[in-house]
Structure formats: C-alpha cells, structure tokens
Design a binder for this molecule. Structure first.
Ligand SMILES: [Fe+2]
Ligand SMILES: [Fe+2]
Length: 257
C-alpha cells in the first residue's frame, strides 16, 4: 500500500470512529443541552432534599437499568451470534447487578417496597422510536439487527454515563450515594467502550456511512426528548418538596450536602 493509500485508510477509519464518540453540540443544540443540564442539576438537588425524592431517583435508575436490559437485549437481540454470546451475557449480568444495587439502596432508605416503576411515558416513547429505527436500518447491514442494537446500546450507555457523571458532580464525593453512583458510572464507561469496539468489529467498510446516519438519527430522537424529560424530572422534584418531603429527609440516614 502506498503512503497516500495508507493515509487515506487511516483518515477514513478515524472519520468512522468519530461518529461513535458522543458529539459536542453546537449552536441551538448546545443551548438546549446546557438548558437540559441546568434543569436536571436543579431537579437532582431538590430531589435529594427529601427521602421520598431520593427514593424516586433510585426508582428511576432501577427502571432505567431494567428498561435498557429489556429493550436492547431481550427484544432487539434475543439470539446473539455464538462469538458474541459471552460478551452479551457479561454485559447483561452487569446491568442486572446495577438493578440489584439500586433495589438494595432503595430498601436501605426505608422504602416499604421496591416495586418496579414502569418506564415513564417519555422513556417508553423513546424506546419505541429507537426500536422502529433499528428495524428500518437492520437490512442495510451484513450483521443485521446486531448493528442497530449496538448503535442504540452505545447511545444509551453514553446517556447513562452523562446522567451519572452529572449526578456524581452534583452530590459530591462525601454523599452516601456517591460510591453506588460512581461505581455504576465506571461500569457504564466500560460499556461505552465495549459497544464502540463491537461496532468497529461488525460494521463493514462500505456500511460506515450508514452507521454514521443511524447514530445521528438515534441521537436526534434522544435530543428531541431532552427538554421534556428534564422538565418532568424538575416537576417531580418540585412536587416532592411541596408534599412536605424536606422534613422527612432531615431524618434520613443518607448524608446530605
Ligand atoms: Fe447499567
Ligand atoms: Fe450499561
């Protein structure tokens, strides 16, 4: 291979892998992302003011872990190829461990039950649209549904990473929930790398452009729900503080900062 050809191959490979990284928003999208982040930080602070608020946060994480597991693996990829089976099993085991850890934390706050919260309307709509998108793009990849499943998985793991990083920053390292959240955050970072590596492995070079388009569409759906989700979260925090949760929270064994 000539030097020019080699340079072209390296450039193309880099361009493809660029689309795997979480994009940095610009213009209006950057403003929207900033707004969503501000609202969610305020909501987290408010929810931590009460025990019931903290229970709601834990229930949301619990529902999120279970929805991710169900949507990405049981429905989109019920039969992973043999070479991937072990990786998928390990990934699912991590997500189940996260769900268990959130359920235990919920019990530790004195929650009378750890009854699963069904994913909220916003999350359900988002998952349905992601699944529809996956089925539309699957026939265009030689690895079929595996590519949209991992592309959606990548975006969901990047979202989990962003959500948990924000939460850890808001509560700080001295908070009682920090070890749980930062531990899950480390795992989600590992899952982001895992999904990116798998996509690099299963996407053929002539399918790279289609992958970039698929990722852009997955992220557009996520961004479309960003403000609605943030406002719903803020409203939940506001309702919990209105219902007198602050008093209860002052007796909570959870350390507040
Ligand atoms: Fe998880
Ligand atoms: Fe994960």
């Amino acid at each position: 291979m000539s030097t020019i050809d080699h340079a072209r191959v390296v450039h193309e490979a880099t361009a493809v892998y660029d689309c795997l990284a979480a994009p940095v928003p610009h213009g209006i999208a950057a403003l929207q992302a900033w707004l969503v982040d501000r609202i969610k930080r305020a909501a987290i602070r408010r929810l931590h003011d009460s025990r019931r608020g903290e229970q709601l946060l834990l229930r949301m994480y619990l529902a999120g872990e279970e929805a991710t597991e169900q949507a990405l693996h049981e429905e989109l990829m019920p039969q992973p190829p043999a070479w991937l089976a072990r990786q998928v099993e390990q990934h699912l085991a991590d997500e189940r461990r996260h769900a268990q850890a959130f359920a235990e934390a919920l019990r530790a706050t004195g929650a009378s039950s750890t009854v699963r919260l069904a994913p909220d309307w916003v999350s359900r709509r988002k998952i349905v649209r992601w699944q529809r998108l996956a089925r539309r793009h699957a026939p265009h990849f030689s690895s079929g549904l595996l590519v949209p499943a991992y592309a959606t998985g990548l975006c969901a793991e990047q979202m989990a990473e962003r959500v948990l990083r924000r939460h850890c920053e808001v509560i700080g390292t001295a908070h009682a929930m920090y070890p749980l959240l930062s531990g899950v955050l480390e795992d989600e970072r590992r899952h982001v790398r895992l999904c990116a590596r798998t996509l690099q492995h299963v996407v053929a070079s002539h399918e790279q452009e289609r992958l970039a388009r698929l990722l852009a569409e997955i992220r557009a759906i996520e961004a479309g729900f960003g403000v609605t989700g943030a406002l719903a979260m803020y409203a939940a925090g506001w309702l919990h503080s209105l219902s007198g949760g602050r008093q209860v929270g002052s007796r909570s064994p959870v350390v507040h900062r």
